[in-house]
Design a protein around this ligand. Structure first.
Ligand SMILES: [Mg+2]
Length: 214
């Protein structure tokens, strides 16, 4: 991938900009399960099933909760993202690598903007992004649904043919690829030489190593 071919840089947040395996995402997941148990009036095991089912079916648990349980999206996002971020470390090297990318840099997350603000501030990435485009900005349509990408593209007048998307979710990259984005999969298990699925242009086990190589 050549830098001069890219006008816009789109980053997923969770498990992309901060390392996969971070326990933060587990904490958020546990809060989702709690929330579902409360609003659906079910036990923790059933709540976990619903969480997984809605995630698989719609791309984000929240979308199923809105559709089937009349949940207020903002209320859910505020609750699940109310987590202690002190276990995430500042990452000055990542900040420097992102800062040198020319053109709009965007975060595109199925989470909440306020959470994206807090976590980027914690990591020292604040001020580097043109927008933190969250699930609410997408009208609560999540990745990998096409509508979420179309909302981002329209809002920021992105030409997908000149944009790249970084993601830890291969499923989300399928839509990105179909719309014309260049795609980069962040996968800590990936090893050089491994065959990539057709919709994945590049893969890396470390986003910093990839950005360094540009
Ligand atoms: Mg992610």
């Amino acid at each position: 991938m050549r830098l001069r071919d890219v006008d816009a840089w789109v980053f997923d947040l969770d498990n992309t900009l901060y390392p996969t395996g971070s326990t933060i995402y587990d904490v958020i997941g546990a809060r989702m399960t709690d929330y579902i148990a409360r609003v659906a009036g079910v036990d923790a095991e059933t709540a976990l099933d619903l969480r997984e089912t809605y995630f698989q079916r719609y791309g984000a648990t929240l979308s199923g909760l809105i559709l089937h349980h009349g949940v207020d999206g903002r209320d859910f996002l505020d609750y699940v993202h109310d987590v202690d971020l002190s276990i995430v470390d500042p990452d000055p090297e990542l900040a420097a690598l992102i800062a040198r990318l020319e053109g709009p840099r965007l975060i595109f997350t199925n989470g909440a903007r306020s959470y994206a603000e807090r976590i980027t501030a914690r990591m020292g990435l604040d001020g580097l992004f043109h927008d933190l485009f969250d699930i609410e900005a997408a009208g609560f349509v999540p990745k990998p649904q096409r509508g979420a990408f179309e909302a981002l593209i329209a809002r920021h007048r992105i030409d997908p043919a000149r944009a790249v998307m970084f993601e830890d979710s291969a499923r989300n990259l399928e839509t990105a690829h179909a719309l014309g984005f260049k795609t980069v999969l962040i996968d800590p298990e990936w090893t050089p030489g491994e065959t990539l699925e057709e919709h994945i242009h590049h893969a890396t086990d470390c986003i910093k190593a990839f950005l360094r190589s540009l």
